[in-house]
Design a protein around this ligand. Sequence first.
Ligand code: DSN
Length: 439
Amino acid sequence: MVPAKDAFSFIQDADSEIYDILLREITREDQTLELIASENFVSYPVLQMAGGVMTNKYAEGYPGARYYGGCEHVDEAENLARDRAKKLFDCEYVNVQPHSGSQANMAALMTFLNTGDTIMGLDLAHGGHLSHGSPVNFSGKLYNVVSYQVDRNTGRVDFDSVRKSAVEHKPKLIICGGSAYPRFIEFENFRAIADEIGAFLMADIAHPSGLVAAGLHPSPMPYCDVVTTTTHKTLRGPRGGMIMLGKDFENKWGAVAPKTGRTKMISELIDSTVMPGIQGGPLMHIIAAKAIAFGEALQPEFKKYAQDIIDNAHTMSEALLEKDYQLVSGGTDTHVILIDLSNKGVSGKAAEKTLERAGITVNKNMVPFDKRSPFITSGIRLGTPAITTRGMGKGEMKKIVQFIDQILNDIENDTIVENVKLEVKSLCKFFPLYRELHD
Ligand code: DSN
């Protein structure tokens, strides 16, 4: 894509070096198929707001109680983001300040736990997330971690073993959700186990939050004590995180307000863990952009968009199964497809690299019980949010599977890579990104 001449001319005039890099990234996004399950393309208003003047404002604190003057307008923006998020997810409390999903998780965990407490989370190699207890992450360093896994045959969370392990290890908090789990998160089952052992239940809905907002994935709110998410995946907002409570409640494990002796509400504890606990000034331009994205997700069209994401993932899964690809759990309920390439004799790393050369962006991913390291892997993860945003549908999904199959069936064949690259480019031309930037 060639952006309109003056769209970025001020950047070109100021700094031609970064302008050239920007142009290359705009072209990459426009001319390639983005199949990374955690990525999406924000609307133009969100893009504008995320690059807008609110980046200039320091606003440590919360609306009406900041440590800086001049916050009257960013207060309005943050209140609007909070009100819209509450409506969208039907929750009583939200903190929209976490800079990322990991920081949302850090704040949630630090609110409920003391260092050394035991947590349970889905094993990273089974679809979990770094911040759910990986030994290389803060969560694995601060807490005693007991991971649970998926069942070898079904590829779905094995609730018998989750229960057994929970009863044995008595974690103080159980995390449900993950980053490469293609099926619905079964909040009700996790709640039953948490109740049995008196544990807190935290849901990380970073991946399916757009589907939850659209009512197409079960809601965690009735079951979970605390819910975290990112805002930039299926939710299609700016890069960031947030923390929600379906229902606020009194903390019963200390943290009494020093002057009044009043037991603090959990929402108050979360607010103070986010700031000053782990963050300073909130990113007000991003919070304002979150408000726009939440407003978009409240529109009826968003439900159709979310349904299209799921329908596209189903079409893609079926086409892959027809070509003898092994899908973890046999398919998907969401936007995520996890392919185990073991029967194709190709590693995740080689698949990612070669597909990238053809203009198809995916990420290598561990599959459950993977024998390869996280740097090589036996799988790749695909996702449909970004290509659905571009307007692609059933026909394009089938075509994309054909492209992937042609390449993976003959991975050393450079001619195929070059041919597919041309086809990808011409397909992308029919679904241009950011028409607002075109001449
Ligand atoms: N990096 C995100 C993902 O790809 O799912 C998780 O943090």
